[in-house]
Design a protein around this ligand. Structure first.
Ligand code: M6R
Length: 611
């Protein structure tokens, strides 16, 4: 697109308590998502209305707040810069020239240059963001054409193209917050004598567990006592609220130095919780019959996802195909949004997403829904956009994943798909599915994870030895191990900034081996498949012959004395879960030993809500 600006953030207001406290607590709750500047605006009853912005952390913003910054309504925001540097001028909230209108925005206004040229040639702007164009546009329609704030907002919305979650305030009537949404997430939170709106329920659950959805191209007028939802023509819409099952107690870091380590450690518990969720006492599956039927009727399963969730799809592919007898095709959400291939006659879509908010995945789901095709979202966040908009949902139930680097969601997604695969296979009368004792096998996976977790010190020492200053590294493997190598390398690069490729071991000699030089770390993943193991070992030797420093992460059945890390044996369908654990720890220690902020790597956000 011609422009972009911000990404995830949160916007909200309320009535009876101090809006500043509520805004700041909410912004802090969402810090884990990644941002580079922040700001709030609160109306002032006794003091003047306040706008405070800061580059850096929420703590920096807090440091700038005077005690006079209080009010009964306000909007706040964290910005993740994509267009326009992270400066105070580019931070939200943005104001109109007169200062009357104040706006926060999540998303990308694609035609902001055109709007500026057509309507705002004489205006002066403080920064480079598209959001500033939007607030100037609203001001122009209100101040020059005499439209009411609602009408000016509606007129601006009729012209704006792109994705947005807007929250607008008019300082001449600063008890009202005007909200509109298209593509970007936004939820209303309801309370007694107050209402709020936010991009993530997590920031509101301290205040309420009662929520109301807003759909794309809807507008909301919010006061402390009223929530009016309408379409862009101004027709008032009725909307039921719902209660969300979110638990704030899960969010704490406890005694852990970083969330990522806590979340890595939680994985055995996640496996056991999934057994309780998706298996009955007698070992039969507890999976929604409609989902099973939907897949039985399909001639192909399409898994759509991004990043780590995409890799989880690969981790489950072989198991799904084998147990359901249905071909599985993986699609990168960011590609499929524009380049949907020729589909089979009876497709069934599975969306994998920890957050349930990934815009790339959602744009594919919108198309899938337009085509009237069935879909299932496997997510960690109940009530998330992808969950609400897909035909079916299966929850991972891993508890909030706060670290940007996804760990327990990956293993939880594969395990959830295992229950689905077995349930469908059994319904099909597939012998392999009946014989696959998933409850037992997943319990063994939990034990295998625990065994690896007990080797943390050894893994930290290996990392200190192998990766202290290296700029690049390779993970290699074949079959399932290749898929794990892709995930392992993503994890290492995203938090340690070591350039790392996950490579099909046999493919190295077709070009990439030229990058191997003295000391290049090559980490080989070798699970229990005798034929494949021998070939991968051969590929390791090829790199060692060219100077590589190799480490081997090997499953018990094919392990040798000189292997670096040995992983307890699990069922081959589930090896992507147990084999990934050492690689998560390697990434964690590589980042920690370099003194980096493990949970909040540079340039990244937790939920990627722009395309
Ligand atoms: O919330 P999602 O699972 O849809 O997110 C997809 C990716 O953005 C995410 O997995 C990302 O790659 C992680 N930072 C990887 O650790």
């Amino acid at each position: 697109s011609a422009a972009s600006d911000v990404y995830k953030r949160q916007v909200w207001g309320r009535g009876s308590k101090n809006a500043t406290d509520i805004l700041m607590q909410g912004l802090e709750k969402l810090e884990y998502r990644g941002y580079d500047s922040a700001g709030i605006f609160v109306n002032g009853q006794e003091t003047a209305a306040k706008l405070v912005k800061s580059v850096g952390r929420i703590a920096d913003l807090r440091g700038k707040l005077g005690i006079d910054v209080s009010g009964t309504a306000g909007i706040g925001h964290t910005r993740w810069a994509t267009h326009g540097k992270p400066t105070e001028d580019n931070a939200h909230p943005h104001t109109s020239t007169s200062g009357r209108f104040i706006l926060v925005h999540n998303g990308v206004i694609e035609n902001f240059v055109e709007l500026k040229n057509e309507f705002l040639m004489n205006d002066t702007f403080k920064g480079q963001t598209d959001t500033e164009i939007a607030v100037h546009l609203i001001a122009k329609f209100a101040e020059e054409e005499g439209l009411s704030t609602l009408e000016a907002f509606k007129k601006a919305l009729s012209l704006i193209q792109g994705s947005y979650a807007f929250a607008l305030m008019d300082s001449e009537d600063a008890e009202v917050i005007y909200v509109a949404k298209n593509k970007s997430p936004l939820l209303i939170g309801l309370g007694e004598g107050y209402n709020m709106v936010c991009s993530d329920a997590m920031a509101m659950i301290r205040e309420t567990s009662e929520f109301m959805e807003i759909h794309d191209k809807e507008l909301v007028v919010l006061t402390k006592d009223n929530v009016t939802v309408m379409d862009y023509e101004g027709n008032v819409l009725s909307r039921e609220s719902y209660t969300a099952e979110l638990d704030l107690s899960d969010i704490g870091k406890g005694t852990y130095p970083f969330y990522m380590l806590k979340e890595i450690d939680e994985q055995p518990a996640v496996m056991r919780k999934l057994i309780a969720t998706y298996a009955n006492e007698d070992g039969t599956m507890k999976v929604d019959q409609d989902i099973i039927k939907g897949i039985q009727e399909a001639d192909r399963i399409y898994i759509i996802a991004a990043g780590t969730s995409y890799h989880a799809g690969f981790g489950a592919k072989m198991m799904l195909e084998s147990l359901t007898n249905t071909p599985v095709e993986l699609g990168l959400a960011s590609e499929w949004g524009y380049d949907m291939p020729l589909l089979s006659q009876k497709p069934f879509f599975i969306f994998l997403s920890q957050s349930g908010e990934t815009a790339d995945s959602r744009q594919v789901l919108v198309k899938v829904n337009e085509l009237g095709l069935p879909s299932l979202t496997v997510t960690n966040v109940p009530g998330s956009t992808l969950s609400r908009e897909a035909t079916y949902t299966m929850l991972i139930g891993a508890g909030p994943e706060i670290a940007v680097a996804s760990t327990k969601a990956y293993t939880g997604q594969i395990a959830t798909l295992a229950f689905l695969a077995k349930a469908v296979g059994e319904a099909e009368g597939e012998v392999k599915a009946k014989e696959f004792d998933l409850v037992k096998e997943l319990s063994l996976v939990a034990q295998s994870i625990e065994a690896t977790l007990s080797e943390k010190d050894e893994i930290a020492a290996i990392v200190a030895d192998l990766l202290p200053t290296t700029r690049n590294a390779f993970y290699i493997g074949r079959k399932q191990d290749y898929y794990v190598a892709m995930e392992a390398s993503l994890k290492l690069k995203e938090i340690s900034y070591i350039q790392c490729e996950g490579f099909a071991a046999g493919e190295l000699k077709h070009g990439t081996i030229s990058l191997i030089e003295k000391g290049t770390p090559v980490l080989a993943l070798i699970s229990n498949n005798v034929e494949v193991a021998a070939h991968t070992r051969g590929n390791v030797m090829e790199t060692v012959a060219r100077g590589a420093s190799a480490i081997t992460i090997v499953e018990e059945g094919v392990a040798r004395e000189d292997d670096t890390i040995v992983v307890n044996q699990v069922h081959p369908y589930l090896s992507a879960i147990s084999m990934v654990i050492p690689t998560q720890l390697i990434a964690y220690y590589a980042s920690m030993q370099r003194g980096l902020d493990v949970d909040k790597p540079r340039n990244l956000a937790k939920a990627v809500t722009v395309e």
